[in-house]
Design a binder for this molecule. Sequence first.
Ligand SMILES: Nc1c(C(=O)O)ncn1[C@@H]1O[C@H](COP(=O)(O)O)[C@@H](O)[C@H]1O
Length: 164
Amino acid sequence: MADVQVGVVMGSSSDWDTMQHAVQILEQFGVAFEARVVSAHRMPDDMFAYAEAATARGLTAIIAGAGGAAHLPGMLAAKTPVPVLGVPVASKHLQGVDSLHSIVQMPKGVPVATFAIGAAGAANAALFAVAMLANGNPALREQLIAFRAAQTEAARGMTLPPAA
Ligand SMILES: Nc1c(C(=O)O)ncn1[C@@H]1O[C@H](COP(=O)(O)O)[C@@H](O)[C@H]1O
């Protein structure tokens, strides 16, 4: 099995509906990844161990999704130099604004690259990880360019219904 290039972690299995959109992109581009539940709040020792092992394991990026008091991405970033891409998962009561603010408002010196709330943010985090990997991988870069071109064609082909 190929070495894992990107780690996809989330605070709970309830985040999977959102985070599977990151995994779909990584699968589409043939990036070797792992997906697992790692919670700063509920399993802090495991979270520390995951972050501490990330460099030696050769991870290029960690995509971390969490909802509510979403400390997971920031705590991972505190424990590893591997870039952390944070995905705010929509929460039950505050629609993910709490998650977004928890992830984006990092103190100076410990950055988390923060994406949009929900599925689009998860997909974009994965596309960003692909772009990072593509810096050293011309074939992957070509794939990314083809993905963008297909998206452009799809947008050009969009039609609108008659006004009501
Ligand atoms: N924000 C965090 C962390 C963390 O940041 O460590 N661990 C779990 N959670 C979040 O709690 C929400 C509810 O989780 P449950 O559905 O399991 O109760 C999830 O969105 C999860 O990401």
